[in-house]
Design a protein around this ligand. Structure first.
Ligand SMILES: [Zn+2]
Length: 169
């Protein structure tokens, strides 16, 4: 079985995509990026899945552990959650994604993950929150601000914004 993220749905020939597992929330994402492509994709057999709440919890927990949670989109989390559901059911699958944060979380959970256009993960990266005021460093909490950039949470000590930094060593 193969689980595909949206970059695979955009890049791969239709024959390779058929019968893959995707998140149902990818349809809207695909429509936004490439409407014609989405119309084509909707004509082929794809196993559109909705993750379980348990799978979502596992995905969020793993993403908090690596520190990627603040930078993952809802769709990214759905795809990872579907992989956790498959892992829970002991299904044999491979995840294809070009998003290095998605790859990172999947690798942390010991899933088979492959990239589409990029080189892919060679080592797992950990991220932590650093205060822009008092410079305190902590683990990401379980409900960080999520988005492509910007601060991820507020400092418990001084209240300043905290930013994501790659953990050393
Ligand atoms: Zn602080």
């Amino acid at each position: 079985m193969q689980v595909l993220d949206t970059s695979a749905l955009l890049a791969w020939p239709i024959e390779k995509i058929r019968d893959s597992i995707c998140s149902s929330t990818q349809i809207a994402e695909l429509e936004k990026v490439d409407l014609n492509r989405s119309l084509l994709i909707e004509t082929i057999e794809i196993n559109w899945k909705v993750p379980s709440s348990k799978g979502l919890d596992s995905a969020k927990k793993a993403a908090q552990e690596s520190g990627d949670l603040a930078r993952l989109s809802d769709v990214d989390l759905d795809i990872l959650a579907i992989c956790f559901d498959l892992q829970e059911n002991q299904s044999d699958f491979e995840l294809f994604s070009d998003d290095y944060r998605v790859q990172n979380v999947a690798a942390l959970a010991k899933m088979k993950v492959k990239s589409i256009n990029t080189k892919g993960v060679s080592a797992i990266w950990y991220w932590e929150a650093r205060c822009t005021g008092c410079r305190a460093i902590t683990k990401l909490n379980d409900n960080p601000r999520r988005g492509r950039k910007g601060s991820v949470m507020d400092c418990d000590i001084c209240g300043s914004e905290m930013v994501l930094k790659k953990k050393r060593g």
